[in-house]
Design a protein around this ligand. Structure first.
Ligand SMILES: [Zn+2]
Length: 385
């Protein structure tokens, strides 16, 4: 089912349940009013003219409760139809936008499939220069920062539309690579990588209306489909290369930033330039830049790392099955790459970005909050085309 319609339906349901609650509050208030009028009347004095005056007051009491309860019910009824009407309008805009992106995407994906190689070859030359330690790294960071800011500013209309419930489908491209160790053995397991990406695909589609797409030519997509099925074909497994500890066992946080300036950063950038070749031009221009997901051997005691400033995230390669909270790692790191930071677990036990990792029995219990959805959708890695 198209997600625009799904959301529309959910919001109509919440309009209805809100109105039902309002209606029962009005009737409750009316009943309470009647009984207090009756209680007043029961206390009336029994000598004329006091009893007559008292009766009159109690009738006025009943009449005013009756009138105001109807005003209350009418107001709820009007509010409900405004709520439903607004939802219908925003849903229609959302569906219309999905139709437009489906058509334009078909044209652009075809065009990109034909000339993307040339653009990416040109970008690859620049990326090789950007792979020079320190100077290249600083340039990479500047490009990353500038394109991130441009994307957020350019997304203001989308953010405002998102606030009022118009969230047509956007695309996030990924380039998953399982690295090889010093003996050319892959450090990760395909089933694990597929599971990690499937969780990301399901969660991004469910909460953000973002479609996860493998970076590559002729990846047609439409907002009228459900979450994509991740296959082994999405993932590149390095099995002939000789790995080295700079990329196999990267660091995170401050040390990770420091290493990105040096030779580890260079090596990761070259890995992306070669193994995520088709995404090079997008990565350089910062428009729908693919997120490279490197499955590595270790990340300094953590399970993964996303530094935001880099176009890649790292995830420790494991064999299945893994416990539910570990199934969220790739989605969490993609969250960092797409503008999100940690939130305290104390008040956000079910949030994807909460640390330390909460132990939830099912990975799909983790979710993005509404404000996070708007930030992710404004990321340079997320685009309509
Ligand atoms: Zn994190």
């Amino acid at each position: 089912m198209p997600t625009c319609l799904q959301w529309g339906e959910e919001r109509v349901e919440s309009c209805t349940s809100w109105a039902d609650q309002g209606h029962s509050e009005c009737t409750q208030w009316r009943d309470d009013g009647y009984s207090s009028c009756t209680a007043y009347e029961a206390d009336c004095c029994d000598w004329w003219p006091c009893s007559w005056a008292c009766k009159l007051v109690s009738w006025i009491c009943v009449a005013s409760v009756w009138v105001s309860s109807w005003v209350c019910i009418a107001a709820v009824w009007i509010a409900k139809w405004v709520c439903v009407g607004w939802t219908v309008v925003t849903t229609a805009i959302c569906v219309l936008w999905d139709v437009v992106t489906t058509i334009v995407n078909a044209v652009l994906v075809t065009l990109e499939g034909l000339i993307g190689w040339v653009l990416s070859l040109i970008a690859a030359v620049v990326e090789i220069i950007l792979s020079i330690p320190i100077i290249g790294a600083i340039l990479r960071w500047v490009i990353s920062l500038v394109t991130a800011v441009i994307n957020i500013v350019a997304s203001i209309v989308d953010i405002l539309a998102g606030l009022v419930g118009i969230r047509p489908e956007k695309i996030l491209r990924v380039c998953p690579v399982i690295l090889a160790d010093e003996f050319s053995r892959p450090v990760g397991n395909l089933a694990h990588a597929v599971d990690q990406l499937q969780v990301a695909a399901d969660m991004l589609k469910r909460d953000c209306n973002i479609r996860l797409v493998p970076s590559g030519p002729f990846q047609y997509s439409t907002g009228f489909n459900g979450a994509p099925q991740v296959t082994e074909g999405w993932i590149k497994v390095l099995s002939r290369e000789v790995g080295d500890p700079d990329t196999l066992d990267p660091s995170c946080n401050a040390e990770g930033f420091g290493n990105d300036l040096g030779k580890a950063g260079s090596k990761f950038n070259l890995l992306m330039t070669t193994h995520c070749f088709f995404g090079n031009w997008r990565r350089l221009t910062g428009y729908g830049a693919p997120v490279a997901v490197f499955f590595v051997r270790s990340v300094g005691g953590a399970e993964g790392c996303g530094l935001w400033i880099t176009d890649f995230v790292t995830v420790v390669g494991r064999t299945m099955p893994v416990q539910p909270d570990l199934r969220r790692i790739t989605t969490h790191e993609i969250g960092h790459a797409t503008n999100l930071w940690h939130v305290p677990v104390a008040s956000n036990g079910d949030n994807l970005m909460s640390v330390p990792r909460p132990m939830l029995p099912d990975v799909m219990q983790f979710r993005f909050y509404d404000w996070q959805v708007l930030l992710v959708r404004a990321s340079k890695h997320v685009s309509y085309f």
